[in-house]
Ligand binder design. Structure first.
Ligand SMILES: N#Cc1ccc(CCNc2nc3cc4nc(N)[nH]c(=O)c4cc3[nH]2)cc1
Length: 373
């Protein structure tokens, strides 16, 4: 392992990139999918399964962890890795997005955000400096700047205000982060669906000596075409030798098309949240296990899979579990879905290594279009 954070760009296929991030806690193969472990757990999963399924890194959320169990307590307990028994890298989101989407936001100004906890209604303030301090107390390996993500569609002036504030907060986070050789702080590009604002945000972040760049302000309800357009505008501005992370994305289709534009890292609650609601992702597309057609279908989701969740359980049994709201239903489907996401990422990496990514993308999308048999 490296004592520092290094990114090695190994190959390209069109704009798609194959790489490796090396850190003291492990190596991250890119393009990478990061399972979301919001409050220190990838819901309904043992982290051994998450690791065996192919994940090199998981995501945690500053917002949730600052409310419960609290950053100082996590530090007293030895840090997040020790507490949750995940020895590999952890990336933490900074809290801004979750404050907007989950809490009773009370105030947002130059100093930071003041909000009411969605857990117990208690009042909290988070500045850029406090967000970085919390991520440090969690012993997070890749830390996000505090930013403001606005909903789309929105007034260009509002998008500009939030983008400029996020740039100022990025500078404050960069100062607060200081020099931590084995760790990284990523800036977050904002600018909504406004090309000129996206370019200004990316140019501003490039002045800050960052280890990587997140693309924020997307996957907030805009059409996929708008998201992809913003990637085509933003990614050419960013340095090629540093990783790019598209936040909150996404479906397998979103990820394939974003890798094609040059994205290296993804995170999304989709595979685990959908699994808990009875939706299975497979090589042949999505399967809604709640559908009556599965009630007596003794086939597994995919007999060719190496994942026990996908290969060993009948659709009939999964249908029964999901219809009965049994926890095991969500557990098996979360396991299946995360395994499929990692199998897709492995297929993407292999295709880039062999310079046949465009063909892989077309074949995979066509397979989904044929649908489940
Ligand atoms: N199931 C399901 C499901 C639920 C929600 C989503 C959308 C997630 N989108 C999203 N997460 C984000 C996190 C973010 N974090 C930060 N700090 N900044 C962002 O601009 C940002 C933007 C995001 N966009 C996608 C799938």
């Amino acid at each position: 392992m490296s004592e520092n954070f290094t990114f090695n760009l190994k190959a390209t296929s069109g704009k798609a990139r194959l790489g490796e991030i090396t850190m003291p806690r492990g190596t991250i193969r890119t393009p990478a999918f990061m399972p979301v472990g919001t409050v220190g757990t990838v819901k309904a999963m043992y982290l051994d399964q998450v690791k065996e399924g192919g994940a090199d890194i998981i995501l945690g959320n500053t917002y949730h962890l600052m409310l419960r169990p609290g950053p100082e307590r996590v530090a007293r307990l030895g840090g997040l890795h020790e507490l949750i028994r995940w020895p590999g890298p952890i990336l933490t989101d900074s809290g801004g997005f979750q404050v907007m989407s989950l809490s009773g936001l009370r105030k947002l100004d130059e100093q930071g955000v003041t909000f009411k906890s969605h857990v117990d209604g208690s009042l909290h303030h988070m500045s850029p400096e406090r967000s970085i301090e919390i991520q440090g107390l969690l012993d997070s390996d890749i830390q996000m700047q505090l930013d403001e993500c606005v909903a789309l569609p929105n007034e260009p002036r509002e998008i500009e205000r939030a983008m400029e504030l996020s740039l100022r907060w990025a500078e404050r986070c960069r100062v607060a982060f200081g020099n931590q050789p084995g760790k990284a702080m990523f800036g977050i590009v904002q600018g909504g669906d406004q090309p000129a604002l996206r370019i200004r945000s990316a140019e501003g972040l490039k002045q800050l000596d960052l280890k990587g760049y997140s693309i924020g302000g997307l996957a907030v309800g805009e059409p996929q075409a708008v998201m992809l357009d913003m990637l085509r505008i933003t990614l050419p501005v960013l340095p090629t030798e540093k990783p790019r992370y598209l936040m909150g994305v996404g479906t397998p289709d979103d990820m394939l098309k974003s890798v094609a534009e040059g994205i290296d890292m993804f995170d999304c609650v989709m595979p685990t949240r959908s699994g808990r609601h009875g939706l299975a992702f497979t090589r042949r597309g999505k399967v809604n296990i709640r559908n009556a057609r599965h009630a007596e279908d003794m086939r597994p989701l995919d007999e060719q899979s190496s994942c026990p969740a996908t290969r060993d359980y009948s659709r009939a049994y999964l249908h029964h579990l999901v219809r009965s709201n049994e926890a095991l239903g969500g557990m098996i489907l979360s396991w299946n879905n995360l395994s499929y996401y990692q199998e897709l990422m492995q297929g993407i990496r292999q295709a880039i290594a062999e310079d046949r990514f465009e063909d892989f993308k077309a074949e995979t999308i066509e397979m989904w279009a044929r649908g489940d048999i």
